[in-house]
Unconditional design. Structure first.
Length: 392
């Protein structure tokens, strides 16, 4: 069914890097979500009224909030697809994250409303009237939500959309909520125990937790999350795969919306190669990597020494010292300045975020002392750096 809808409703569906195609995915997902959730709301609301169940009614309004969420997602993705302009040179892609954040607040608000209603139900319980047809409606809604969750997950995965992926997770939460509600009804029917208020309370907590998770997932790219390790590996592998590039460091990726990113990286080139030759290579890499990965890439060129044996020896010694202290630590931008009685080794050290200020200072002293043990003339001039790459 999902593949059928994609083929029929989304032209050039495989070209997911295209902004218009991506928007069509969002429109289709939102439209299907609105239709399904409105129908589920009507069916569950009727069932809740007939059965006098706060849990079922809460579940119904959760579906109505899901429909509202789909509308907001629809508007958000349409606005996010607007092209760049002079005031927003990187486009409007982050509007999609803002839309998802609004959705999260709607979900939390619905959950909190029925949290209060469920407390009242626990204090003042009412008998639940079992009706077969409304109960069947709940069972059908579970099947619809399972499919809708899989539908949103597949479309969200295709276009890398946090909104659709969050919607998919919300759908799976709804399945658990409705199943719990059905269980409460059956408990009341067969064991004559009224747990409707408790079930409604659990429903409201699950709904609020889903909203909190959606908010968390959408806040990360807005705040500025670390680079995905897989994307980092792709960029580094491609850049270092060109002749004339000796290594890379300081990769930074700025996210301006799904599939809209800008990256910068330092590329090391031999210092004895003509600067125009290296610059031509850098220009080609920027164009080709940007085209293949859909990322606007800017490369800073770092000339490095490749022939000075004394410098290379010192660099190797520093590498061995750092590896002996902590294999997580790396260094770059290594230079050596010879003096009559002193040799300055100038380099940047990349330290893990787990290192506190005191531990970091302690580590710097350890590095300086251990390097000096290798050669008493060595004096380290160290700049502390941090990695912008996330962890798996």
């Amino acid at each position: 069914m999902t593949e059928f809808l994609i083929r029929k409703l989304i032209k050039n569906s495989e070209n997911v890097q295209d902004v218009q195609v991506r928007t069509r995915y969002g429109v289709v997902a939102s439209t299907v979500g609105i239709i399904c959730n409105v129908l589920l709301f009507a069916g569950k609301f009727l069932a809740g009224v007939v059965m006098h169940s706060i849990a079922v009614t809460a579940d119904a309004f959760n579906n109505l909030s899901d429909a509202a969420s789909s509308i907001i997602s629809f508007v958000g993705m349409k606005m996010a697809s607007k092209p760049a302009d002079k005031n927003h040179p990187f486009g409007h892609g982050r509007i999609e994250y803002i839309a998802a954040f609004i959705v999260a607040f709607l979900v939390i608000e619905v959950g909190f409303t029925f949290f209060k209603s469920s407390i009242q139900k626990i204090i003042h319980p009412e008998a639940i009237a079992f009706e077969l047809v409304p109960f069947i409606i709940l069972g059908v809604s579970v099947l619809v939500k399972i499919w809708l969750g899989m539908f949103n997950k597949k479309l969200g995965g295709k276009i890398n959309s946090k909104v659709l992926e969050a919607t998919a997770a919300d759908c799976i939460g709804d399945v658990a909520v409705t199943a719990a509600t059905m269980a409460a009804i059956l408990v009341g029917l067969f064991f004559k125990i009224n747990i409707d208020g408790i079930a409604g309370l659990l429903v409201s907590l699950v709904v609020m937790w889903a909203g909190i998770n959606i908010a968390k997932d959408t806040l990360e790219p807005l705040i500025g999350e670390a680079i995905d390790p897989e994307l980092c590996e792709q960029i580094i592998t491609m850049v270092e795969g060109y002749d004339g590039i000796l290594g890379t460091h300081d990769l930074i990726v700025h996210n301006y919306g799904p599939n809209k990113s800008m990256a910068s990286v330092h590329a090391e080139v031999p210092r004895d190669v003509d600067i125009e030759t290296s610059h031509e290579i850098i220009d080609r890499i920027e164009r080709e990597v940007s085209k293949k990965l859909g990322i606007f890439l800017v490369i800073h060129m770092d000339p490095v020494e490749t022939r000075d044996q004394e410098l290379l020896k010192a660099k190797k010694q520093v590498h061995q010292v750092l590896a002996g202290i902590d294999e997580q630590i790396t260094f770059h931008d290594f230079r050596m300045v010879n003096g009559e009685n002193q040799i300055n080794l100038i380099f940047d050290v990349v330290m893990p975020y787990s290192y506190s200020g005191d531990r970091q200072n302690e580590l710097l002293s350890t590095i300086i002392n251990k390097v000096k043990e290798v050669d008493s003339r060595y004096e380290c001039v160290i700049t502390v750096d941090k990695s912008f790459v996330g962890t798996n």
